[in-house]
Every structure is written in structure tokens, then in C-alpha cells.
Design a protein around this ligand. Sequence first.
Ligand SMILES: Cc1cc2nc3c(=O)[nH]c(=O)nc-3n(C[C@H](O)[C@H](O)[C@H](O)COP(=O)(O)OP(=O)(O)OC[C@H]3O[C@@H](n4cnc5c(N)ncnc54)[C@H](O)[C@@H]3O)c2cc1C
Length: 393
Amino acid sequence: MPAFKFKGVDFIEFDALLSDDERLVRDTARRFIEENLVPIIEQCNRDGRFPRELIKPMADLGFFGANLKGYGCAGMGNVEYGLVMQELERGDSGVRSFVSVQSALVMYPIYAYGSDEQKETWLPALAKGEKIGCFGLTEPDFGSNPGGMRTRAKKAGNEYVLTGEKMWITSGSIADIAVVWAKSEADNDRIRGFLVETNRPGFKADDVHGKWSLRASVTSGLSLQEVRIPLENMLPKADGLKGPLGCLNQARFGIGWGALGAAMSCYDTALQYAKLRKQFRDQPIASHQLVQQKLAWMISEITKGQLLALQVGRLKDAGKAGHQHISMIKQNNVWMALECARMARDILGGNGIADDYPVMRHMMNLESVKTYEGTHDIHALIIGESVTGISAF
Ligand SMILES: Cc1cc2nc3c(=O)[nH]c(=O)nc-3n(C[C@H](O)[C@H](O)[C@H](O)COP(=O)(O)OP(=O)(O)OC[C@H]3O[C@@H](n4cnc5c(N)ncnc54)[C@H](O)[C@@H]3O)c2cc1C
């Protein structure tokens, strides 16, 4: 069990900016995480185990495809969805990553770019957690620049034949369905999305071992050797790189909220610890000015991050969130959360490196979160392009 019970973080009556429904969703997710994830997560992290037993209860709470409408999805607003991500990542970034991939990177492309038949076949089963999905964009040689990908789809009669390698794929080896992005020779090598059932001959997923980050999440490499799928498995409405980038926009929005949760966990732990731990003249370390400076930095940055996330969520509900706004919450909030984790680790002294407390786990997890879904620096370039009109890629 954790050393401290989470007390919640709200410095400027942020809750007053939320609707009753939004608070209810947040509180329900918070209770779920407290009761089901917090008690087991340190052991899962030690064991490098994704807690599969939470898939069904998370589905029952409507966490998968939460902001999609119909097909058994919860139809939440974007702020409600963001608050769920916040609470999930307060538990663990790896578990939040699972939900992000299932929702934003697998259900969303089927919802936004799929045929009616693809939606009917996959969305209800994915929402119920009966089927698991993964998203294959990154390749061993193409990460920040996915447009260079080598995976190819060739048309052969009434089938596509896919060949290529994907790397760093969350949930890869536990997925039933992979959304694979490949250059289609029949479309002048334009990037198209394909639904690949993972039990098809020629498909293989091998887990990445030795990770020091996102240990409670499955990360795999995918190998596709002449995998044959019917023509109707191509996503008809995704054409070009904007297809996968549209999915990443959905996921990055959730990450921007999720990072707030990790930051809150670290801040709350550091605050409670600092009030109890005594050094010099039998005084709590919270009474020392340099410790207070760190705590003040953390709560200020968390509060600014909350306001940024809320405004981008409101814009998204109004259909006005641009990819540059989403880059800003992803870049800022993940950076801020990683700084909070490092400061919290410092405040906990030697205890900061042990898993009696969640901060070192959050810190290690956030190193991945800073890199995936567009690295910190790539988001700087996206924001830079937006304000200057000049691409620096
Ligand atoms: C745990 C984990 C899970 C992941 N899950 C998935 C998944 O489910 N599906 C998926 O498709 N991918 C996934 N990824 C891959 C992830 O999105 C990539 O790692 C990420 O896009 C960065 O690519 P890269 O690792 O190849 O780094 P690179 O692109 O090689 O970047 C290395 C460094 O170079 C910098 N750089 C690159 N280009 C520029 C430039 N033009 N200007 C300045 N700096 C630059 C980067 O900012 C970075 O600092 C995951 C990654 C991890 C670690």
C-alpha cells in the first residue's frame, strides 16, 4: 500500500470551473484508481507486468473510446475524457498509455476513417475491452519522421499484402487488431491505414525487454512478412500522413491531461513527506526555504497546466482546437510533470529512489511520455511553425 493517501490538488478553485458531470467523472475515475490500481502498481512495475485484470473494469466504466459517440462508447465531453486520463496517469503512465492507445489510436481511426462495417465489427468489442488494439506507425529507422516509413502494402487480387517492421508499439503482443500504417503501391505510395488481425500468418509481435520506463505497459516490435488482408480492411477515409497525425492529435490531448495526474501524484507525495520528515533543529523539511521554493514551483506549474488543459479541452469541444494547441499541452505538461517528478524525488532524499513512494516510477515513466507521440522538441517545432509560418523540420 502507498505511504500516503492522495489528498487532491486544487490551488485556485479549479474545480469551480468544472461542471457537475465533469467532477463526477473525475471522482469516479479517482476512486477506481485508488481502489484498484494504486494498491498493485508498484508490484506490477517491479514485475514488468501490465495489469490485464483491470481491462474489464475499465471498460465497464466507459474508459475506452470515452469521448466517442455510439457503438457502446460513453460519449463523454473532452474535458471529462481529459480528467479520466489525469486520474489514470496519477496511477501510472503505462496504464494510461494502454487506454490512450485503445481509445485514441485504435478506436478513433476506425471511428473517423473506417467503413460502417469496420465500425460495427470493431468498435463495440473494443469499447467492451473484449478486443485489444495497437497502433503501428513508428519503425526502427523512422520515429520523428514517420513519412519515411518503409512498410509497404501491395495489391494482389482481392487482397493487400503487407510487409515491414514496426517498433515501440504499445500493447503490440496482446493486441487482437493492429492499425498498421503503410505506403500503398496502388496509391502512388501514399500512406494508408490497414486493420490487420494479429492472428494472420506472417504477423509477429516480440516484446521489448529491459525497459526502465513504462514497465507496467507492454511495448513490442511488430514484424509483418507478406501478411495478407482483404481489400476491405483498408481504412477508406484515411489518405496520407494526416491520417495517423489525426490520431496522434487525439492521443496527445489525453497525454497533456494525463501528465497533470503524474505531476499531482509527485507534488502531493512531496508535500506530505516534507511536512513529516524532520532535519535540523527537529524541524520538518517543509520549513526550509529551498524546499518551499520547490513546492511553490510545482503547485504553480501544475495550476498553469490545469488551466491550459481546460482551455484546450473547451476549444476541442467547440471544434476549435488546432494541432498547435494540442502540441502546447503535450509539450508543456509533460515537461512540467517530469520537472515535478525530479523535484519530488529530490525532496524525498534517499527515500525518493525506492518504490515505497511513486515518484521515481513516475519520473522514469515520464521519460517515455516526453519522447513518444512527438518528442518534446518536435512539439517545439510544431508550435514554432504555427507562430512563424516557417517549418523548421
Ligand atoms: C514506451 C514507448 C511506447 C511507444 N508506443 C508507440 C506506439 O504505440 N505506436 C507507435 O507507432 N510508436 C510508439 N512509440 C514510438 C514513439 O512515438 C517514438 O519513439 C517517437 O516518435 C520518437 O521517435 P524515435 O524514438 O525514433 O526518436 P528519433 O526520431 O530518432 O529522435 C531522437 C532525437 O532526435 C530529435 N530530433 C529528431 N528530428 C529532429 C528535428 N527535425 N529537429 C530537432 N530534433 C530532432 C528528437 O527530438 C529526439 O530528441 C513508443 C515509444 C516508446 C518509448
